[in-house]
Design a protein around this ligand. Sequence first.
Ligand code: PLP
Length: 388
Amino acid sequence: MSTERIYLDWNATAKLLPEARDALLEGLDLAGNPSSVHREGRAARAAIEKARRQVAELVGADPAHVVFTAGATEAANTVLTPDFRMGRSPVRLGGLYVSAIEHPAVHEGGRFPADMRTEIPVSSDGVVRLDALEDLLRRHDADAGLPMVAIMLANSETGILQPVAEAAKIVHAHGGLLVVDAVQAVGRIPVSLEALEADFLIVSAHKIGGPKGAGALVSRGETLMPTPLIRGGGHEKGHRSGTENIPGIAGFGAAAAFAASDLSERNARIAALRDRLEAGMRTAAPDVIIHGDSGDRVPNTTAFTLPGLKAETGQIAFDLEGIALSAGSACSSGKVGESHVLKAMGRDPRLGALRISLGWDTTEADIDRAIAAFAKIAGRRKQAGAAA
Ligand code: PLP
């Protein structure tokens, strides 16, 4: 068997694209400060503005409404705050409603205190319950301020797509603001801020082949904006101070341009690979549970549980077979916690789930090796069960 490693953990982070690497290196060599008016400064500014257009294009937004941050977590902490501004006037929001399956970057609620946060439940299919959202917003105390709702577009663990456009209608009917974490959706499905009618979108560079540590908060307008998380020199029109990370931003722009191009062809290929993988897994272990397979998912993600095999053990077994994948919600420390996503779906979170996520350089041969490894690991589990 080949000893070459196979990377199937693209939802954790994608490989750096050659285009992004080139843009990043060019950005490193730009000597000027983008706030300076001299030629060097203007060259640095031009690199940032090019990236702003590329990111805006990817999410169907106006470049003027893209605020660069140091990743999606920072963008989330920027926008999830009760303290907004309309021009110079403060506007206080009245509460945050956050889906039960959000990534911790959003689930933690940013700058909203705990007593202002409410969870929106999901169905057993892993889809946010719009009836529950409607009900929560009907009971929202409007005197306390506008409600803010946060629902992700694609779940990071299962890939399950969320009914964001429908949620936007409900949120707006109640005078609220909708924040959409599109981190796992961009580059996997077409995303348009306008079409979704979201008020804010959060994106991250490293999930689409850009460098780690760059992201953006994209807004539909500029009338109502969060008070900045990072204050100082007033960069990014006052929304995020600090000299811009030119290489990171330039790399992000190049990755966004790649993600927007040939999306349907690339994803049709990836969806076919994922189908091949799931068919192979089902043949090798008919009792495998594939989470969210009955609904709409991004084309690159498979989350599964093999009865009798703990996800942590499975992850190590795959690693020994040369395959990198994820086990449930890998925390920053690298330890595996019980998946709050499985729990929210009413599934037993104790065994956890393994996640295989594909990217643009995944090949049929990679998938066939993953299936072979899966069959071996599933077979061992059966033998251990029979011996016990
Ligand atoms: N939101 C989702 C859905 C994610 O998958 C991640 C990354 O794991 C984040 C937010 C955080 O992104 P970043 O690493 O850019 O802070």
